[in-house]
Write a protein that binds this ligand. Structure first.
Ligand code: SF4
Length: 73
């Protein structure tokens, strides 16, 4: 499993993560990325991902312009 963390308060709503990994990220009513099915831990939303989705998750991690997505295998 892959551990995913997302620091939502610093999201600028560019939508890249929701485009490259829509199975994990969606845009909420305020235009900020929401990590689907996540739980809150401090400033982070956290959840787990499937190994086969690593490539999509890495695209989100590497593409996020404010570096608030963290993917750990
Ligand atoms: S890529 Fe980063 S800044 Fe853009 S919507 Fe996703 S979390 Fe927010």
């Amino acid at each position: 499993m892959i551990r995913i963390r997302h620091k939502k308060p610093e999201c600028i709503g560019c939508k890249l993560c929701a485009d490259v990994a829509p199975q994990y990220f969606e845009m909420d009513d305020e235009g900020l990325a929401q990590l689907i099915g996540s739980s809150q831990q401090g400033v982070f939303q956290i959840t787990e991902g499937f190994d086969e989705d690593l490539e999509d998750l890495e695209k989100a991690e590497e593409g996020c312009p404010v570096d608030i997505i963290y993917v750990n295998r």
